[in-house]
Design a protein around this ligand. Structure first.
Ligand SMILES: [Zn+2]
Length: 437
């Protein structure tokens, strides 16, 4: 199966016309994206905006061979410039014929109303109609003549329901390519992964992008963490022939100051993974209502499917983990280690606590290096501000700096979050699975 992504944005495109947000004003030149429109094998079109013919001409794939148009929902804008002139035999949609469609008596294409559960063949493509997860919209599964399978999900403004997403799962195998709004709802990808519909061999393509998506390189960095990618409008994808996306980073360290957005970024990175174990190293603080509120807020933000472990026994956990881990955070872990060795006391520090703390940090770094599951760690970046007034405070600052450096040294990705903006400090290339050796 061969896809040409004529448009990859939501219904209003990216930039949105006349929008003055920073994302839209910065979106110029080759990164401009039109409404989602996918040409399959030159004959079948999935969704379209007002100008698919011009998008196709720019991509070098004229629409002259297109026989069928499948809409995932109501098509607000009419592809007027090309529809009557095209050799279109059939238009299908779930929510009634669009007003711009010429009547069959006027030489218009055959109209087909589709509903969840329908299955039919169009030329060499087998189509299954799946629930869209949003009222009035449907998703499509398309199987090509070569047996490759595609899932196309409609744009969705609603949070994902696991049941609706589960209905996309195909019995007996994974999809070769999935097109969905992964930026808005990475949880859908987690559900598809849990159900085996998306595997490491699935090419996950982000569509329905919008000014809500992060601009510039941040978009690609975020998608890569989810095992997905965005191709520019006009991009050609040969299903099964192109290399799958670069594998996701295995060990990530996210640094940042207080309220920098580091925890939110760490959680976002694992949002497309099912069954994450969240490791809270802060413990409970007897009688501290402010701390309890912070912990509750963090917990509310996490997906329901995540489990939480409150522990500071990180070394053993890293060795035994069988599911992705999020450790929040290493600075509280260090606090617990220093507590355990009474390392705040100057005399104890000089009399063996220093060696004991550093041995634990060394053991943690070794466990981090040996960890076999994806792991994201959060830590505080301190030491660039006011010098702590006490020797114990300065000691903690220095030991945390050492800890961050050794864990960063064992990570394939290191990020620094400042004011909610993510800076990549380190990103080691990992070989794509299908790349030629
Ligand atoms: Zn905008």
């Amino acid at each position: 199966m061969e896809l040409t992504l004529l448009g990859t944005a939501g219904p209003k495109g990216w930039p949105q016309p006349f929008c003055t947000c920073a994302s839209c004003l910065g979106c110029t030149g080759p990164v401009v994206r039109g409404p989602a429109c996918v040409l399959l094998d030159g004959t079948l079109l999935l969704d379209c905006g007002p100008e698919p013919a011009h998008a196709a001409a720019r991509a070098g794939h004229p629409l002259t061979g297109v026989r069928r148009l499948l809409l995932s929902g109501p098509a607000e804008s009419a592809p007027l410039a090309w529809l009557p002139a095209a050799g279109l035999a059939e238009v299908a949609a779930p929510s009634g014929p669009p007003p711009w469609l010429p009547a069959p008596s006027a030489g218009g294409p055959h109209w087909r109303q589709v509903a969840e559960g329908d299955a039919f063949e169009l030329d060499e493509h087998r189509i299954r109609v799946l629930p869209g997860g949003t009222p009035g919209r449907v998703a499509y599964e398309v199987t090509g003549a070569d047996g490759t399978r595609l899932l196309y999900a409609p744009p969705s403004t609603l949070p994902p329901e696991a049941e609706a997403t589960r209905a996309w799962t195909r019995e007996g195998g994974h999809y070769d390519v999935v097109l969905l709004d992964v930026v808005s709802w990475p949880e859908r990808l987690a559900t598809l992964r849990r159900d085996g519909a998306v595997t490491e061999d699935t090419d996950v393509l982000a569509v329905h992008l919008s000014h809500e998506s992060p601009p510039g390189e941040e978009l690609h960095r975020r998608l890569a963490a989810w095992g997905a990618r965005a191709v520019p409008d006009g991009g050609l994808v040969r299903v099964g022939a192109d290399p799958s996306p670069t594998p996701r980073p295995h060990r990530t360290l996210v640094l940042g100051g207080a309220r920098s957005g580091k925890s939110a970024e760490a959680e976002r990175r694992l949002a497309a993974c099912p069954d994450v174990l969240y490791v809270a190293t802060g413990g409970t603080r007897e009688g501290d209502a402010e701390w309890a509120e912070r912990v509750a807020l963090h917990r509310e933000r996490r997906p329901d499917s995540w489990r939480t472990a409150e522990t500071v026994e990180l070394t053993g956990l890293l060795a035994q983990a069988r599911q992705p881990l999020l450790v929040d955070c290493l600075s509280l872990w260090l606090t617990a280690v220093m507590d355990a060795h009474d390392a705040w006391d100057d005399a104890r520090w000089a009399a063996g606590a220093r060696e004991a703390v550093r041995a634990e940090v060394g053991a943690l770094a070794a466990a981090w290096r040996a960890c076999r599951v994806p792991v994201v760690g959060v830590s505080n970046e301190v030491g660039s501000g006011v010098v702590p007034p006490t020797p114990a405070g300065r000691r903690f600052r220095d030991e945390l700096g050492r800890l961050n450096a050794v864990v960063a040294g064992e990570s394939d990705e290191v990020l620094l979050v400042v004011a909610g903006q993510v800076l990549t400090l380190r990103s080691l290339p990992r070989r794509a699975k299908h790349a030629a050796s």
